[in-house]
Write a protein that binds this ligand. Structure first.
Ligand code: ADE
Length: 282
């Protein structure tokens, strides 16, 4: 049975939007927030999974609303907030979890592929933050949590996503400062390798590689969706009232010590000139 470590009425009557709330980490966040009393707005591009999570939340005695929205589309984002505010008095929290990327060496990423990933992960997050602030948060305060990824040493194999997520970390810092005057806290969570349905999109071929990567994690296991959700709940809660502009790593220290990218043997980086002290060089 799912259970939360937090107090059952922590978010009583608050309205919290979770993008990408139909699957994986987003679903875990939405279910936990609903279990803690929040009215959860489940937003994503596809309705099917949202309806399933809506049913799960209802069955557990929680409240939620489903709204199909492509966060890359400004008009759809505006419509999301207008619709929510027709039914709810205010918006207290926003979790920008929706995102997407695909594996590719950087040299094979097309302009369209690059833009699609940057628009979803960076522009979509910005549009959601801006509308949440202008439509509600600016009037009474609240909290935003942006989900990024472990891209601290670059993101080999997903250059577009690494660049976009790094942009979101910087956006998080900027908004934390600009919106402090309105009582709005803005933080991010950077999950490491998480045992999540999100991993399935990379296909069976990736399985052995992922299994191998686990051996190089300090924790010798992947994180769980629930472990990410708990960090998000914490940052949304009053327990984090003096935390803003932070990116919390939920990665079991893997960003400090993870072997993530094989570099084939090569001799493509010889020193191009002898320089001083060259007699000591190999
Ligand atoms: N999940 C993945 N991509 C999305 C998008 N563009 N809008 C909403 N949810 C998404």
């Amino acid at each position: 049975m799912a259970d939360s470590i937090f107090r059952a009425d922590l978010f009583a009557d608050q309205t919290i939007i979770v993008t990408g709330g139909g699957t994986g980490i987003g679903r875990a966040i939405a279910r936990e927030l609903a279990a803690l009393g929040a009215f959860v707005v489940l937003a994503a591009r596809k309705e099917e999974h949202l309806l399933a999570v809506h049913a799960e939340i209802s069955a557990a005695g929680g409240r939620s609303l489903v709204h199909v929205c492509n966060i890359r589309d400004e008009a759809q984002v505006k419509d999301l907030f207008a619709t929510v505010l027709e039914q709810r008095p205010r918006i207290d929290g926003l979790v920008n979890n929706a995102g997407g990327q695909f594996l590719s060496p950087a040299e094979h990423i097309s302009r369209n592929g690059w833009h699609a990933v940057v628009e979803t992960n960076l522009t979509g997050t910005f549009l959601m933050c801006r509308e949440a602030y202008n439509c509600s948060l600016s009037q009474h305060g609240g909290a935003v949590v942006n989900i990024v990824s472990e891209m601290w040493r670059g993101f080999p194999g997903m250059a577009h996503s690494g660049a976009a997520r790094a942009g979101v970390v910087n956006l998080t810092q900027t908004l934390a400062v600009e919106w402090a005057r309105s009582g709005v806290r803005v933080n991010a969570v950077a999950p490491g390798l998480i045992h999540s349905s999100g991993l399935d999109q990379y296909g069976e071929a990736m399985r052995p590689l992922i299994d191998q990567m686990v051996q190089y994690l300090p924790a010798k296991r992947m994180g769980s969706e629930g472990e990410v959700a708990a960090a998000v709940v914490f940052l949304l809660s009053p327990a984090a009232s003096y935390i803003s502009g932070a990116t919390l790593r939920v990665d079991g220290a893997s960003s400090l010590w993870r072997h993530a990218w094989e570099i084939d043997d090569h001799d493509a980086a010889p020193p191009p000139w002898p320089g001083y002290g060259s007699e000591l060089q190999p």
